[in-house]
Design a protein around this ligand. Sequence first.
Ligand code: SF4
Length: 326
Amino acid sequence: MTAQAPSPLLEVKNLKKHFPLKSGMFARGGDLVYAVDGVSFNLGKAETLGMVGESGCGKSTVGRTVLKLIEPTAGEIRVNGVDIAPLNRREMRPYRLEMQIIFQDPYASLNPRMTAGEIVGEPLLVHGIASGQEREDRVAELFRRVGLRPDQMRKYPHEFSGGQRQRIGIARALSLDPKVIIADEPVSALDVSIQAQVINLLMDLQDELGLSYLFIAHDLSVVEHISHRVAVMYLGRIVELADRVELFVNPKHPYTEALLSAVPRADPTLDRSGRQVLTGDVPSPISPPPGCHFHTRCPYAVADCKTRTPELREVAPGHWAACHLR
Ligand code: SF4
């Protein structure tokens, strides 16, 4: 008899978020933006799932919907087996402590009128967890944990560099002892040299605290270092999901191949020369192409691709792809 695999911390099943299109030159009553259109994945304890795709593919909407910062149109979001999708604000409170978000732009997401210490300690106050000296002490400890000095607590966001501001955002996200962190393009606004420092900090925190990350990025090279598995999104759907090394060495979906072609490789054995380069823009999620959404840009497309939607299938153990030809 084999031991059963532990159930994942977070299980997302057939998640959909369709926004009504209310304004714009071409908007008609009843038009919908299919931002997220049937996304399923799970996330284990102390695991990082990288989620990658071009701008507008729906990856940030997945992150916000999982946290219920926006309500899902359909689907399940299971946290430790409990579906939080139908829960109201009050019922959501315990789950808000378990899942936190780190935003892309650390400057825009920090209140400029609050000190860094107030920003980091605010969730402790709001949730009635700590106040007074206890709160001060916990905030000082959080500052140390993310590589800031406690004497920087009295400074304001504009007095910090971009990398330091992102450390403040990380400290704030950690203040409630979450299990899951949705990192929404957390290093995209930073210089390349600073990106590596923030990614290393997130990896160290994962080792120390057993955190699970959904790490959202538009660039495969950013998620390569930090991810255990990688999901590739295209127009509201996951088109490939696999172990990180497997995905980089043996991509199955033409879209992943094209994204990888754009990633410069230090290791010549992983050279991608000869693979196709992606051309054209992502079509609009208001009226996505029928069949396989990628058929308008895919060099291998056949007639079937224009009418039949490929299912996300397990094409090799633990390796999932949505393509008729794989
Ligand atoms: Fe290309 Fe067809 Fe595969 Fe879609 S299903 S990725 S269009 S070959």
